[in-house]
Write a protein that binds this ligand. Structure first.
Ligand code: ACO
Length: 456
């Protein structure tokens, strides 16, 4: 039973309703009035707090929760995370099983539609997605317009936004068929937009999709094909990329999924909402940490320098990048899968010397009191950058790869939000800390700062 310990202007305690449900009960000191707020699913409804009045003329008690540290903004059936136990499941299926037995498009279907597809459903889904990999020729011209050194993630974000101008039917968000079509298009076109952004940044001609290939294989072909008639993809690398997409496919209410839901709640088309989600992902606190891991490994330079580096982290001189997570206080289950995958990739590409540094960092950190006490374990980004780099991706492409993998999660979160009767336009409250009312002052009467000798 939850226990409240910090009375605001009254005493809060837990009790029980006549129907046996737990309540959070508070007593208003001023009036002696008792309020019972039901506790369901270990949660109270913030709106129920409105019945508690701190002052006679206020509209009721609010919660203050910057960064949503302790606020559930939705009910969801998509992804389950238990950060203490290191558990991640999509629609109930453990991530380890999906990474080993499924493939990205099947997992995408599971995330979006809630169940693993039957054979015919799977074949139709793959066909529908792959049929929508081509992009309008004008989008190509749009990508052409970017500067030669434009960041591929900036190009991806802009070109996804541009899609909304090509598919105006996407505005019909309450038409299930229209939603379905936009989902095919988004999942299908994301790799093409990403590959075109990459080819533009390296000054190579665009490669059109080859729908006879797998989702990951086609993406690799659009990225790396040169003059050969058909790109021959290495099966180990194709599989590794596919698994990496699975591992990134959803992560419940993270920053970009929240952006997708929040912007989508205004009933804008899904391309515009996906643009917001991708922009959220671009930030170094979200999709950019794997790049920081590579920079850190470069700086360490040699396995022998690891103890010195760990000591400097403990002295507060920096962070061990790729370690720690807001939710996981245990080994990130995705990091375990990636570590195994790294061995398979390095068999093909040759072992990255940075891997030895990473392994040594992990070994020492996991035995060290500082990291044990703070429950700091490797997260998904600790090894993923090493794999991407070994596969030939420049670091700027890392968040782009993340965006492709995360697209099924975004569209699934978006659709769940739209169909949830409890959802409305997202609109948080604030605690106003500014001036009270004051009268407008004409410009000539406003105080000018006094100037020093040299006008400074
Ligand atoms: N290295 C060293 N110390 C760390 C690290 C780290 N990587 N992460 C956290 N700590 C320490 C903090 O300094 C703090 O110590 P203190 O209690 O002595 O002050 C304690 O551990 C708790 O950390 P918080 O900062 O409170 O944890 P929070 O949940 O706010 O941060 C975060 C999580 C941002 C992921 C953090 O662990 C971090 O910066 N890690 C490195 C960056 C990184 O790898 N990010 C990728 C996350 S995965 C993803 O987004 C896909």
């Amino acid at each position: 039973m939850a226990q409240a310990t910090a009375p605001l202007n009254g005493d809060q305690k837990t009790g029980a309703l006549s129907n046996g449900k737990n309540t959070l009960t508070s007593t208003e000191n001023r009036t002696g009035r008792q309020n019972g707020v039901p506790i369901e699913m270990e949660t109270i409804r913030a709106m129920d707090l409105r019945q508690i009045r701190v002052n006679p003329d206020d509209f009721g008690l609010m919660t203050y929760d910057p960064a949503f540290m302790n606020t559930a903004a939705c009910k969801s059936k998509i992804t389950f995370i238990d950060g203490d136990k290191g558990i991640l499941r999509y629609r109930g299926y453990p991530i380890e099983q999906l990474a080993e037995k499924s493939n990205f498009l099947e997992t995408a279907y599971l995330i979006i539609y809630g169940e693993l597809p039957r054979k015919s459903q799977y074949e139709d889904w793959v066909n529908d997605v792959m049929m929508h990999t081509l992009i309008h020729e004008n989008i190509k011209k749009f990508v052409d317009g970017f500067h030669y050194d434009a960041h591929p993630m900036g190009m991806l974000i802009s070109s996804v936004a541009a899609l909304s101008t090509f598919y105006t039917d996407a505005k019909n968000i309450f038409d299930p068929q229209s939603r379905q079509l936009q989902i095919f298009r988004l999942v299908g076109k994301m790799p093409t937009l990403a590959a075109f952004a990459f080819r533009h940044s390296v000054g190579r001609p665009y490669v059109y999709p080859d729908n006879e290939m797998s989702y990951a294989g086609n993406f690799l072909s659009m990225l790396f094909k040169m003059t050969e008639l058909k790109y021959k993809v290495h099966p180990v690398l194709e599989h590794a990329l596919d698994v990496l997409f699975i591992l990134h496919a959803d992560h419940e209410q993270n920053c970009s999924a929240s952006a997708m839901r929040s912007v989508g709640s205004s009933h804008v088309d899904p391309y515009s909402a996906t643009t917001a989600a991708a922009a959220a992902l671009y930030g170094p606190l979200h999709g950019g940490a794997n790049e920081a891991v590579l920079v850190m490994l470069d700086e360490i330079g040699n396995k022998n320098n690891v103890p010195g580096f760990i000591a400097s982290v403990k002295e507060g001189k920096g962070k061990l990048m790729g370690f720690g997570h807001r939710v996981y206080k245990n080994y990130d289950p995705r990091a375990k899968v990636i570590k195994k995958l790294a061995d398979e990739v390095f068999e093909v590409t040759g072992r990255s010397p940075k891997l030895d540094i990473a392994l040594e960092l992990e070994r020492i950190a996991l035995e060290d009191e500082y990291f044990i006490k703070r429950k700091l374990y490797p997260n998904v980004d600790f090894y993923s950058g090493l794999i991407y780099q070994a596969m030939g991706f420049p670091v700027e492409m890392f968040p782009v790869l993340f965006a492709i993998g995360r697209t099924p999660g975004w569209v699934s979160q978006w659709q769940e939000m739209l169909l949830d009767q409890e959802q409305k336009i997202a609109r948080p409250r604030q605690i106003y800390m500014g001036h009270g009312v004051r009268d407008y002052v004409m410009m000539g009467k406003r105080d000018e700062p006094k100037k020093g000798k040299n006008g400074a």
